[in-house]
Design a binder for this molecule. Structure first.
Ligand SMILES: [Zn+2]
Length: 122
């Protein structure tokens, strides 16, 4: 199984804007962004932070964006609880069908977080 998590590839660099893992690079200056759009959003974010005199550890996010993120995290947390409960209930040797059902449930809850687009709002 291939994983892109930071535990598997701690040496891999990530896009400074969207945090996606950047492809390995043999030569040249290390890339900081996965795309021109991310480079631009990062720049816009920095300009806005300067205008609002925010430190690099502060940010502005819309309430609806934060609410959506909290909703998606809550759904994922519930799915993890369900999966743990189902694994307990399945006993020491769960069937393939039971495991597939559990993984499907977790993936369904996790996909919205994977597919989020992080873009500043005006
Ligand atoms: Zn990016």
């Amino acid at each position: 199984m291939t994983k892109e998590g930071s535990q598997e590839h701690p040496e891999r660099s990530r896009c400074k804007w969207c945090r996606r893992v950047l492809p390995p690079q043999a030569t040249g200056r290390p890339r900081q962004f996965c795309s021109q759009a991310c480079r631009q959003w990062h720049w816009v974010g920095q300009q806005r932070a300067r205008e609002l005199q925010l430190s690099e550890h502060e940010l502005v996010i819309t309430k609806s964006e934060l609410d959506t993120l909290h909703d998606q995290l809550y759904v994922l947390a519930c799915a993890v609880n369900d999966a743990e409960r189902d694994l307990d209930a399945a006993g020491p040797k769960p069937s393939t069908a039971e495991l597939v059902e559990i993984v499907d449930w977790l993936l369904e809850a996790a996909r919205p977080l994977r597919d989020r687009e992080l873009a500043p709002r005006n």
